[in-house]
Design a protein around this ligand. Structure first.
Ligand SMILES: *Cc1c(COP(=O)(O)O)cnc(C)c1O
Length: 421
């Protein structure tokens, strides 16, 4: 098994730990920027191409500022996420609101920022009009349902809570056109953590076919197609990253055939990837507290599910490097655990590692998306700091660790009377 590389040496991470106690998340700015540039370059043939970073993956304003400098927009699905966009200075069509079961207050916040609103249901047209008014630009989320049944890749979108049906979305464009909406978008997203590049080409084909049909049936020319998120990352050794150049070439061919071929160009291509943008470039750094030998061998860390839920929640694989022991043979089998009173608080089960001792530093890979973001305070555990490793070797704190005071901040020790009959 090939060992995965780290953006810092053992000496560097030890010096960082002297300043910032473990556990913490550290993001590699250089790698994030290079990845962003490569993605943009792959789609430079499409004028107006834009990636809206799905901020839920790592809702840190500093990371968003970096991505914004690389030309990315933001994809929000809550009021707090819209507020984050606002606080980093984002406005107008830099912001996409793709939410479902959306409250009026969220539509209102989006409208005030001039964000692109992506509607999740036909009934939301009237709801939006009544509560905040219709903007000039609207996008709608398409759920292809059983149109794609039999296609194992797409699965069963008809079970998903998201989006308009085929008939509803065509009707939606008719309604919006009659109400004076001027610019139209279409969106779909029906998979997550998908590593098959052809999946994304098929998704584009689905949307391009719909765009042609909408033009024929509703007389509406759609100006952007948002292909959503869901590009996976190779968590496990041996898995292959999605080749974005290949995806782009496949989409370009379909674009020429279906969009240009039907006189429907220009059409801007959008994505709202989260995981693939920052996931591989964030690391959870923790220290081994205890080694325990019972019926199994356990390596207990000073981190827990609070710092990274994915292994405990989905049984997800995250690669682990024991810093400084990269070249030693992996002869020992461990469950790598956290300290929650929950038996699924394990970062790895039956993982082969070199012999581990208390004090060793473990780095858990691919924690740059849905890592810190998903954490909770169960068991009174506090959320850890987020650090940024810069190209010049500088390390910035971009979120401090929570304190016990933060944990108690929302409590009313005396009880507050809020109702009396
Ligand atoms: C979660 C989400 C994304 C991003 O998904 P990734 O798997 O992180 O790429 C994009 N759009 C919507 C609407 C989402 O809910």
């Amino acid at each position: 098994m090939s060992e995965r590389s780290l953006p810092f040496s053992k000496e560097e991470i030890e010096r960082i730990i002297e300043k910032f106690p473990t556990p913490f998340h550290i993001y590699d700015e250089k790698a994030i920027r290079e990845n962003a540039r490569r993605f943009k370059k792959a789609f430079e043939w499409n004028e107006g191409f834009k990636e809206y970073y799905a901020i839920k993956a790592a809702p840190n304003p500093y990371l968003m500022k970096i991505l914004r400098k690389e030309g990315f927009g933001i994809d929000c699905s809550s009021e707090a996420e819209l507020e984050l966009a606002k606080r980093v200075g984002m406005r107008g069509d830099e912001i996409m609101l793709t939410s479902n079961d959306t409250p009026a207050s969220e539509f209102k916040a989006a409208r005030e920022l001039g964000a692109i609103i992506n509607l999740d249901d036909i009934s939301h047209i009237e709801y939006l009009e009544k509560n905040v008014g219709l903007p000039e630009t609207i996008c709608m989320r398409y759920n292809p349902g059983d149109l794609k049944q039999g296609n194992l890749i797409i699965g069963h979108p008809e079970e998903a809570k998201y989006g308009f049906t085929h008939e509803q979305i065509i009707e939606g464009y008719r309604i919006l056109k009659s109400k004076g909406v001027k610019n139209f978008g279409v969106h779909t997203m029906v998979a997550s953590n998908e590593l098959d590049p052809d999946y994304f080409i098929e998704t584009a084909e689905l949307l391009f076919n719909l765009i042609v049909e909408v033009y024929e049936k509703a007389g509406v020319k759609i100006s952007f197609a948002n292909l959503g998120g869901g590009v996976g990352i190779p968590y496990k050794p041996g898995e292959k990253a999605v080749d974005l150049e290949y995806v782009s070439a496949g989409i370009r061919k379909l674009y020429q055939e279906k969009i240009e071929g039907n006189g429907l160009a220009p059409l801007k291509i959008f994505f709202e990837l989260g995981r693939a943008i920052t996931g591989p470039y964030g690391y959870l750094v923790a220290r081994v507290q205890h080694i325990k030998n019972t019926y199994k061998q356990f390596a207990g860390l000073d981190a827990s599910m609070v710092n990274l839920m994915r292994p405990g929640m989905y049984g997800a694989y995250h690669h682990i490097t024991v810093v400084g022991k990269e070249s030693q043979p992996q002869t020992q089998k461990y469950d790598v655990t956290g300290s929650l009173c929950e038996n699924n608080d394990k970062f790895a089960i039956d993982r082969m590692l070199p012999g581990v001792e208390p004090g060793d530093i473990m780095v858990i890979h691919d924690a740059g998306a849905h890592g810190h973001a998903m954490g909770f305070n169960y068991n009174g555990k506090l959320k850890s700091a987020e650090l940024l490793l810069r190209e010049n070797g500088e390390v910035k704190q971009i979120r401090r660790a929570e304190t016990t005071e933060d944990y108690f901040a929302t409590l009313d020790f005396n009880g507050l009377v809020v109702f009396k009959s």
